[in-house]
Design a protein around this ligand. Structure first.
Ligand code: HEC
Length: 119
């Protein structure tokens, strides 16, 4: 019978635990939806901006706090459903058939006015 030395058994387990402990804050803090990727910026400019940067067609304008106030009050989940299903002049998926749910969350945030950081 082969006797496994105890050191080699416990050492890797210990360092794995340490590694997980170090990675935990990183995974908690890093919100993958917070920063748009190059691909998402392209989806944004080719699908959303054409309407949301054009005044007079009923689309809430990009970054315009007044246009977005009541919509933001509904919450992101409601806006997401309205984007996916379409609502009045807003076409289903905003014409972006290549967008997934994460993309839509990022794209919606790009349209919203910048939020002031509370002290
Ligand atoms: C054909 C023009 C058009 C395109 C393309 C378009 N939108 Fe819209 N969008 C609108 C209009 C018009 C409204 C206002 C609808 C209303 O409430 O009457 C709107 C509303 C919205 C709203 C608010 C929904 C709510 O709950 O009130 C969001 C969020 C939104 N669009 C996101 C997007 C995103 C993200 C894209 C790109 C993927 C996009 N739109 C592409 C025209 C467009």
């Amino acid at each position: 019978m082969i006797d496994c030395p105890r050191v080699t058994r416990s050492a890797p387990a210990k360092s794995l635990g340490l590694l997980l402990l170090c990675l935990l804050p990183v995974t908690l803090l890093a919100d993958p939806a917070a920063v748009p990727t190059q691909r998402q910026l392209e989806l944004f400019s080719s699908n959303c901006v054409q309407c949301h940067a054009r005044p007079g067609i009923g689309a809430p304008l990009m970054g315009n706090a007044g246009d977005w106030k009541s919509r933001q009050a509904q919450g992101e989940e409601v806006m997401l459903v309205n984007v996916v299903e379409g609502i009045r002049g807003m076409p289903p998926l905003g014409y972006c058939s290549a967008c997934n749910e994460d993309d839509f969350r990022v794209l919606i945030r790009l349209l919203l006015p910048a939020t002031e950081q509370q002290p």
